[in-house]
Structures are given as structure tokens and as C-alpha cells.
Ligand binder design. Structure first.
Ligand code: HEM
Length: 428
């Protein structure tokens, strides 16, 4: 397709961009590392330095739209060089989900002081045995069948159970949570009509899970245990104040949901890479210590979050370019991770790239992913078991077509980069 036609596509609704969003990002980058989307007033940030500049500048850029994106018109007309007051008035309409990831300033700093402290090395180490036993069980069952669909049969149940176990969600409620999350549209849903589907108005997954988390947290305040929910129930803000229980309920639900799709999709993105590259697969099988650096390169090249979003609170600049208060930015993490000014031969997969951990797959600045240590561990754990129990993993040609002519389907999301399904053939 010619470049002009491509860059005029609507990133927020055009599902033809799902298969290869990178080509769209490349063509936009060729116009400039910060460039208006579709000629409108939403800017696409594709440059690495520029993306870092935006993500670090949480004074001038608000996260109010980080989950809702910039596809719809603003609910107000920005007035003046500082729209802080308007952002306060319209925060609910802007944020869609009024959560940690969309908070700014002290409201964010206070809650992050609690959330940033949950997945400590000690707590993660304590789940090591559980995580590996469960991974081993899932993988053995799949290998005994000789095939699996990894996204829905393995990745999603695995990450759900791991986070449920760490948080302390009782086993009898886990399937209920999984069911409401599965039934809901993905983050950054491109199918607008899904939002109105269904007869009676339904609770969102966060509202539904909130009812349960409210009970758990109340219980933990009375009867502490050794789990993350107890930590959340007892945590205080840096000034010593006990947070409102509702804030902790929302945070618990968000933690439960936030890492599900992203981690599951990272696992399948990594698995696709491994299944399509037998030499890499063998190298990892022989030396599992290479799995973590391999995952970092997958995060760079095919991280499961394509973009996040900001709105300028004040008149400011990025990369020397003037930004007016009220302008919205799509910070394309996936594009910045392939910026040729930052990465040598960015399209090439290289194990052990220098300074690979500087990629932006988990964001940067104060909102950097709070679950990154858990995501890295859980995805590496299950990959390790897959490699250990197989001699060869390949894509199922019946489902995805032959090598060189694969058919893959991606989630209809302007945030998540992830396969809807991935069928594998497993040889033991
Ligand atoms: C591969 C998996 C994951 C990816 C690619 C990912 C990506 C991200 C990104 C890019 C952000 C920053 C958003 C922004 O700046 O607007 C973020 C924030 C966050 N993530 Fe993750 N995430 C993953 C897994 C997880 C897991 C497993 C959890 C928790 C169980 C989690 C919890 C969070 C939280 C709480 C935030 C908000 C942090 C804040 O606003 O201070 N994530 N994630």
C-alpha cells in the first residue's frame, strides 16, 4: 500500500493495521518522530527520545487518557495555556477507568508508593515453587496431547492463577473472575459496538471483582494473612494515612486484571518467535539462561503494549516542537522500540543486544509497569517448561497455513499487541 494511504488510516478503528502496525509506525516516523495522526490534533510519538521525554514529563503531560486512548473527541474545548482545572472537572469522562495508571501528581505518587512495593524479590521467590509446578503440569498435559492453543488454553489460565495466588484470591472465586474478564472486550477495544452489547446493563469486570475484593480486604483488615491482599488492606500512604478502602478495592482489581492480557500476549508473542526460528529454539533449549535476554528482545520487538496515551496539561515542548495544552499524544512504545536512531538494525532479532533493558515495553517514568518483575518471571517460567519437555515446537500449519504464508489473527485493540490464538504442534 502506498505510504500516504497508510498514514491516513485511523489507528483507533482501522483493523487492517492490526497485522502489521509496525509498517504504519515506520511510515509515520518517516514523516517525523512526533507527527499528527490523520492530519488531526492527536500527535503520534514514534521516536525513542521523544517518547522518553513525554513519559518522564509527568508535570506537563497528564495520564488521564492512558487507558481510554485518543480516538474520540475531547469532552471539552481546551482553554488557555494550562488546562489543569478542566482536567479536574472532566477526569471521569476522560479516564474511562479511574485508576492508578490514569492518576497524576500526588494522587498517583501516594498510591504508587503502595503499589510499587508489591512484587518484591522475596514475595516472587516465595511463589517460585508454585509457579513452576503449575507451569510444569500445564505443559506436560499439552505435550501429551501433542498440540495446544497456547493463548487461551495455557497462557491465560496460567497468568490468572499466578496473580490470584500471589494476591490471595480464594480458589473458589478465581474462575468467576476469569469468566468476566474473558467475556469483556480487550483494553483499547476497536469494536465500539461491543460496549453496548448484551441485554441488561452488566457490571464491568472491575465492578464485579470489586464486590469480592471489598469483602477480602475487609476480612484481611480483621484477620491478616501472608498475602498481597493483606499488604493492601494494611498499607498506609507515605504520610501515615490509611487509604480509603474503595481505593484499595480498585487497586486490587486493577492488579488482578492489568497483567492478564499483557503477560499472556507476551508469552504467545515470544512463543511465535521461538516456534518460527528452530535454531533459536534449540539454542534456548540447550541454554535456558538465554530465556530472559530473549524475552527482553521480544519485549522490544513485539511487546504486548503497542501504545499508551497522554494529554498535555500545559503548553510545552517535545523534541523542540511546541505542544499546546489539551493536545493528546499516542506514545507508540512499539515504534520507539524500533527507532533506528536508538537501535542498530532495529527490525533484526538479536539475542543479547547491548542495553536491551532500556526498551519501553513497560513504559518509563513514574508510571513504569508495577508488575514488570512478575511478568518477566512468569513468562520465562512457562517458556522454560515448554522447551524442557519438547524436542521441537512448531506452528500448526492446518490452523495457520504453511511457513511463508501464515495466517495470524490479532486482538482488535489499539493498546494490546497480541495474538487472538496460536496453535502449536509439540513434539516430545
Ligand atoms: C508483559 C506484560 C506487561 C506489559 C507489557 C505491561 C505494560 C505496562 C505499561 C506500558 C505500563 C505503563 C502505562 C503508562 O505509562 O501509561 C504499565 C503500567 C502498569 N502495569 Fe503493566 N504490563 C505488564 C504486566 C503487568 C502485570 C503482570 C501487572 C500486575 C500484576 C501489571 C501492573 C501494572 C500497573 C499496576 C501499572 C500502573 C503503574 C502506574 O501507573 O504507576 N502489569 N504496564
Amino acid at each position: 500500500m502506498n505510504a500516504d494511504a497508510l498514514i491516513h488510516k485511523d489507528y483507533f478503528t482501522d483493523q487492517s493495521l492490526l497485522l502489521d502496525p509496525y509498517e504504519y509506525f515506520r511510515q509515520m516516523y518517516a514523516k517525523g518522530p512526533v507527527y499528527p495522526m490523520g492530519g488531526g490534533d492527536v500527535l503520534l510519538v514514534t521516536g525513542f527520545e521523544e517518547a522518553v521525554e513525554v513519559l518522564r514529563n509527568n508535570r506537563d503531560f497528564s495520564s488521564a487518557i492512558s487507558t481510554s486512548g485518543a480516538g474520540d473527541p475531547l469532552p471539552f474545548t481546551p482553554e488557555g495555556a494550562d488546562i489543569s482545572a478542566q482536567l479536574d472537572v472532566f477526569s471521569e469522562q476522560l479516564g474511562m477507568l479511574n485508576l492508578l495508571v490514569s492518576y497524576d501528581g500526588m494522587q498517583h505518587a501516594n498510591l504508587r508508593a503502595i503499589a510499587g512495593n508489591l512484587f518484591t524479590p522475596t514475595r516472587l521467590k516465595a511463589t517460585h515453587t508454585f509457579m513452576h509446578d503449575f507451569a510444569d503440569q500445564l505443559v506436560r498435559e499439552a505435550v501429551s496431547r501433542g498440540r495446544c492453543e497456547i493463548v487461551n488454553e495455557i497462557a491465560t489460565p496460567f497468568v490468572t492463577l499466578v496473580v490470584a495466588e500471589i494476591l490471595g484470591v480464594p480458589p473458589e472465586d478465581r474462575d468467576k473472575f476469569r469468566a468476566v474478564i474473558d467475556a469483556a472486550p480487550p483494553a483499547g477495544n476497536m469494536n465500539k459496538e461491543d460496549a453496548n452489547e448484551g441485554a441488561a446493563p452488566q457490571l464491568s469486570p472491575l465492578e464485579y471483582m470489586g464486590l469480592f475484593f471489598f469483602e477480602y480486604l475487609n476480612d484481611r483488615r480483621e484477620h491478616p494473612r501472608d498475602d498481597v491482599l493483606t499488604h493492601l488492606a494494611q498499607a498506609t500512604y507515605p504520610d501515615g494515612e490509611l487509604p480509603d478502602l474503595l481505593e484499595m478495592v480498585k487497586l486490587s482489581g486493577f492488579l488482578f486484571g492489568a497483567g492478564q492480557d499483557t503477560s499472556a500476549k507476551l508469552l504467545s508473542n515470544a512463543m511465535r518467535r521461538i516456534a518460527e526460528d528452530p535454531a533459536l529454539q534449540q539454542q534456548l533449549r540447550e541454554d535456558p539462561a538465554l530465556i530472559p535476554p530473549m524475552l527482553e528482545e521480544v519485549l522490544r520487538l513485539e511487546g504486548s503494549t503497542k501504545a499508551t496515551f497522554r494529554i498535555a496539561r500545559r503548553d510545552t515542548k517535545i523534541g523542540g516542537m511546541d505542544i499546546r495544552a489539551g493536545m493528546r499524544l499516542t506514545v507508540a512504545l512499539a515504534a520507539a522500540n524500533r527507532d533506528p536512531r536508538r537501535w542498530e538494525n532495529p527490525e533484526e532479532f538479536r539475542l543479547n543486544r547491548p542495553r536491551i533493558k532500556e526498551h519501553l515495553a513497560f513504559g518509563r517514568g513514574v508510571h513504569t509497569c508495577a508488575g514488570a518483575p512478575l511478568a518477566r518471571l512468569e513468562v520465562a517460567a512457562i517458556l522454560q517448561h515448554f522447551l524442557q519437555h519438547t524436542t521441537h515446537i512448531s506452528l500448526c500449519a492446518e490452523k495457520h497455513g504453511p511457513p511463508g504464508n501464515r495466517h495470524l489473527e490479532y486482538e482488535p485493540s489499539f493498546i494490546i499487541r497480541g495474538l487472538a490464538n496460536l496453535h502449536l504442534v509439540l513434539e516430545s
